[in-house]
Design a protein around this ligand. Structure first.
Ligand code: PMP
Length: 345
């Protein structure tokens, strides 16, 4: 039997934990549960292939942002768009760079495309510093740079003007991942990216829009980049039901915004309570918090109490906690208090 490609041999699949747990706060899913289960089907001919470009969604985004539909592309989750961007602009002899810790799929997609990956470590306890990022880019000369703002898992952000500054100071393709932008006070660069030569912005319906199950996202960027990526994309990648759901969700942006406000207020509450209980937690602009608790075994201890969080680095004690509904957050805080009381007993 043909062996797996050499560069893939040591690659670990994206880790998922057993989720048969009462409270799951491990995946940064949104809590905008505003869609009825019957919503997806009306008017869809299930015997026909879906619109390959998700044209109706592109038109909705186009008219809201005031940009041409040729500068927008939909994907099977923004994950697929990350993969397609690397397929188009990466490959053997090219390099992807990202600032770590960050979303693991930049590295995994780079490696699966035979693309060198450089994870440039940055401090996690302060907002991104444009000069530090620029130093990393000048030193490594990547072909593609991923900037994630707000960053998963740290919640750090980069000022949109600094993103534009970085894009204009490099020849690399700069990909700004705005998966969590709705939870932040940052202004999205979705529209402005279109006027640049080399900046693409990723958006998703999986977080604030509460449609993680539908797997749909989109990107905006210069027309030339979007038409190049279209060359490598398979047809019919986004099913018709998901297209319809995303369009409906987009129309309900006001409702989504009010759910986001609840999450942001819950994020503040959970953050303060964790600080009060003595935890080292970073201020976050996402729908999650980044916690440093070395030696606490926090992930395992919470799981034993029915709460699943994301354990990032068990040895260093790095964790990411998704902000859930109020009752879920109460369950989390109750469990953490129990762990603390136990420790102090
Ligand atoms: N970017 C970031 C930063 C993420 O955290 C995630 C999901 N965890 C994604 C992209 C992918 O999202 P989706 O494929 O659901 O759009």
């Amino acid at each position: 039997m043909t062996p797996i490609r050499d560069e893939l041999r040591d690659l670990e699949p994206y880790a998922e934990q057993d989720r048969d747990v009462p409270v799951c706060l491990d995946r940064n899913e949104g809590r905008a549960d505003i869609y009825e289960p019957s919503l997806a089907c009306p008017g869809i001919s299930l015997n026909l292939y879906p619109d390959s470009d998700a044209q109706a969604l592109l038109e909705a985004v186009s008219s809201r942002l005031g940009i041409d539909t040729g500068t927008i592309m939909a994907g099977n989750g923004s994950s697929e768009l990350i993969d397609l961007l690397i397929r188009t602009y990466g490959g053997p002899g090219r390099m992807v760079m990202a600032f770590e810790p960050t979303f693991a799929m930049y590295r995994i997609h780079a490696m699966t495309q035979g693309t060198r990956y450089t994870g440039y470590p940055v401090e996690t306890d302060r907002p991104y510093d444009k000069d530090v990022l620029m130093d990393g880019i000048r030193t490594n000369k990547p072909d593609i740079v991923f900037l994630c703002s707000p960053n998963n898992p740290t919640g750090q952000t980069l000022d949109p003007d600094d993103v534009l500054g970085i894009a204009s100071a490099t020849d690399a393709l700069v990909v700004l991942d705005e998966a969590y932008v709705e939870f932040s006070d940052l202004e999205s660069l979705s529209a402005r990216a279109v006027e640049t030569d080399n900046l693409v912005v990723l958006r998703t319906f999986s977080k604030a829009y509460g449609l993680a199950a539908a797997r749909i996202g989109y990107m905006t960027g210069p027309k030339g980049v979007i038409s190049n990526v279209r060359k490598v994309a398979a047809p019919f990648r986004i099913n018709a039901l998901s297209q319809a759901l995303a369009l409906e969700a987009y129309k309900r942006s006001d409702e989504v915004e009010s759910r986001v406000k609840v999450t942001v207020s819950e994020r503040g509450r959970v953050y303060e309570k964790l600080l009060d209980m003595g935890y080292d937690v970073s201020p976050s602009q996402g729908n999650f918090l980044f916690v440093r608790a070395p030696g606490s075994d926090l992930g395992t201890r919470l799981l034993a109490l029915g709460v699943l969080i994301r354990t990032l680095q068990p040895k260093e004690g790095l964790y990411r906690i998704t902000i859930g509904r109020e009752d879920e957050n109460d369950a989390l805080l109750g469990a953490i208090k129990e762990i603390n009381d136990d420790k102090n007993r």
